[in-house]
Design a protein around this ligand. Structure first.
Ligand code: IMP
Ligand code: MG
Length: 181
């Protein structure tokens, strides 16, 4: 048989129950902080944030609208951290309190771009809620107002995060190891 690289099923780094518990805590904090808000818009960054976002928003009691950005980095760009906006939000964010929802903050370039765009468009306030923080990889400073978990510099999948568009639907955060056989 030909030697071929394959992957095993990812092993559990953060179990489903821990994610669920942490989301409950974050939702309680967000509810408290936005109790007085006139217009709160939660904006998810596609596609990775979707699983986290829906679970989080279902726990919120404050009124909230939902919208999405989709971004990608230019693969052939010479400019480090140049971000392309593939899908813009539908709602006007002028004078709105915006809660950005992201799966993971890695270098920080995606968030830096989105945050400055939202400020430019006249949002009243912008806060960031990220499930995972890979702080060791940060190249530009980003303030994470609501953080699920800090993780080491390892590639993770599941609960929205993909490897080659797979594994997003795992109910936990996992790590996988390539094996030679
Ligand atoms: P940043 O602009 O480098 O912060 O990019 C963050 C984006 O990179 C995330 O929204 C993910 O799509 C992707 N990403 C970063 N680290 C991982 C990982 O460990 N697994 C899967 N996707 C990741
Ligand atoms: Mg992403």
């Amino acid at each position: 048989m030909r030697t071929k690289k394959r992957t095993t099923q990812p092993s559990v780094l953060i179990p489903e129950a821990d994610i669920e518990r942490r989301i409950g805590e974050l939702a309680a904090e967000i509810d408290r902080d936005y109790a007085e808000s006139d217009r709160l818009i939660a904006i998810g960054i596609l596609k990775g944030s979707v699983f986290f976002m829906t679970d989080l928003l279902k726990q919120l009691k404050v009124p909230v609208s939902v919208d999405f950005f989709q971004t990608s980095s230019y693969r052939d760009s010479t400019e480090a951290g140049e971000i392309r906006i593939r899908k813009d939000v539908d709602l006007s964010i002028r004078d709105a309190d915006v809660l950005l929802i992201e799966d993971i903050v890695d270098t920080g370039y995606t968030l830096r771009t989105i945050l400055s765009l939202l400020h430019f468009r006249g949002a009243k306030s912008v806060k960031l809620c990220a499930l995972l923080d890979k702080a060791a990889r940060r190249e530009v400073e980003v303030t994470i107002d609501y953080r699920g978990f800090q993780i080491d510099d390892i590639f993770v999948v599941g609960y929205g995060l993909d490897y080659a568009e797979l594994y997003r639907n795992l109910p936990y955060i996992g790590v996988f190891h390539a094996v030679e056989d």
